[in-house]
Design a protein around this ligand. Sequence first.
Ligand SMILES: NC(=O)C1=CN([C@@H]2O[C@H](COP(=O)(O)OP(=O)(O)OC[C@H]3O[C@@H](n4cnc5c(N)ncnc54)[C@H](OP(=O)(O)O)[C@@H]3O)[C@@H](O)[C@H]2O)C=CC1
Ligand SMILES: O=C1O[C@H](COP(=O)(O)O)[C@@H](O)[C@H](O)[C@H]1O
Length: 510
Amino acid sequence: MPNNLDPHVLVIFGASGDLAQRKLVPAVFDLFRGGYLPKNFALLGASRTDFTDEAFRDKVVFNNEHFDQKDATDEQVKEFSEMLFYQDLASYDSEKDIKALAARLKKLDKELKVGQNYIFYLSTPPKLYSTIPAALAKAGLNETKEGWARLIVEKPFGYDEESAVKLNRDIQTHFEENSIYRIDHYLGKETVQNLLVTRFANGFFEPLWNRNYVQSVQITASETVGVGSRGGYYDESGAMRDMVQNHLLQVLAHVAMEPPIRADAHSIRNEKLKLFQSLRPITRKDVKNQVIRGQYTAGVTEKGKEIAYRDAPGVPDDSKTETYVGMKFFIDNWRWAGVPFFVRTGKCLPLKLTEVVITFKNPPQAIFSEYDDYAMSCDNQLIIRIQPDEGMALEFGMKVPGEGFRVKNVDMDFFYRDLTKNDVPAAYTRLLLDCMKGEPTLYARGDSVEAAWAFIDPILEAWKNDEVPIYSYPAGSWGPLQADALWIGEGAGWRNPTATLTDKKHYTKQ
Ligand SMILES: NC(=O)C1=CN([C@@H]2O[C@H](COP(=O)(O)OP(=O)(O)OC[C@H]3O[C@@H](n4cnc5c(N)ncnc54)[C@H](OP(=O)(O)O)[C@@H]3O)[C@@H](O)[C@H]2O)C=CC1
Ligand SMILES: O=C1O[C@H](COP(=O)(O)O)[C@@H](O)[C@H](O)[C@H]1O
């Protein structure tokens, strides 16, 4: 349902870049198609490349291979493109730049009557994340007299805890916390949000969702692609910073946090913070037993032949950057005491999928001796598919018809797409809309970003000091075999599907 959004200007810094072209402008177009944008709206691109308004429109709309017109008419695309403007800058923070930007906003304000409402989107390299807000403040654009000013900050938010604290401090000097929107696109995924509904809108999960019934929890985000042309960025980052510290800890928070008292930003973000604060620290000496890092070598993935990570453009020959992380840890709180949590992510794995698997404890006694699938009992698992085949399956044992008591694992399977015929909004579309509404629930709060870094930092330190090995794995495999050892004594093991459900109805156990 279209919303009554305030008139405003969305300013994208770094608008000549990849993200603006691939995700941001297409997301704003989706909002336009859906009738969400207010009548008085402008998108103002700002970066150093010398574009006119028309040249910018050509780049991000008419000559943009990522811009999908979908069912819109050519007239609608033209109408949308006329909402796009461009301001070129010399360096993002010179006095001349700020004055030019402020003057352009004033002009747009006057023409469109946007009431001095501005969203500033930082889609530049992270080194500018402190600089640009300070420059905006100098021009008085951080707090407008008549309207509001909001700031969206792209990832990565910091490089470690210290830099995240500093970045928070820098930005919070100029913008109130409730005007800062730290984006994590996993929070914009419908199925990540649905984790909260699954847990808190259904009475029957709650009694089971704790140490009394849960044997283990595993979260996997596997990718089939390698680093491609992003070697320069990725080698500085690695899988831990790129995926675990942000996206996967956010998914974890949705799976494990306590029920918020209300479904509002304050309550949900408070519970997430508490969850991050309850993570049992993995000290540097624990790292070798709890965290496995890996790097892919040449191999074959579903995409074809893949060169070794170290041969990718922009990656040094002797790189020790991890392209795989598998880890085991505990949450020291009342609900989860003693339950092992396993998280893994990697590039060049066999399938592209993100899923959460809750494995429930076995019944207290195994009284049926014949199982079709397993020796002792069924695996009672709830498999929550974040992507693809969004949905969830519950696995349990049923009697095989006929004599005796033969038990077989079966599943009840729900597909999220059966809920609606409408397109599920892309993550960036949903998140941009929320910021336009002034709704920060699906954005990360400063304190929880710091808490997430505090958990990750000792691991990164141990790696930096080479205290543990980095294992290799061939592209197309499920990562280093050493990661299987994390499960010793903990049951289930990694769930390594052989195909996504789109290709094949059933997962098989390794
Ligand atoms: N691309 C993606 O898929 C994703 C990106 N991100 C994050 O979003 C941000 C933007 O990403 P992306 O668009 O890929 O980045 P780009 O590297 O394409 O940079 C965006 C723009 O910033 C300007 N820029 C680049 N380098 C510099 C520099 N050294 N000094 C000043 N300006 C510079 C350039 O514009 P100009 O030269 O015209 O000023 C460039 O077009 C990054 O922080 C990235 O980490 C997050 C998730 C996914
Ligand atoms: O932020 C990032 O996420 C993508 C994976 O996102 P997904 O929505 O496709 O699961 C990852 O490929 C990239 O390295 C990382 O920067």
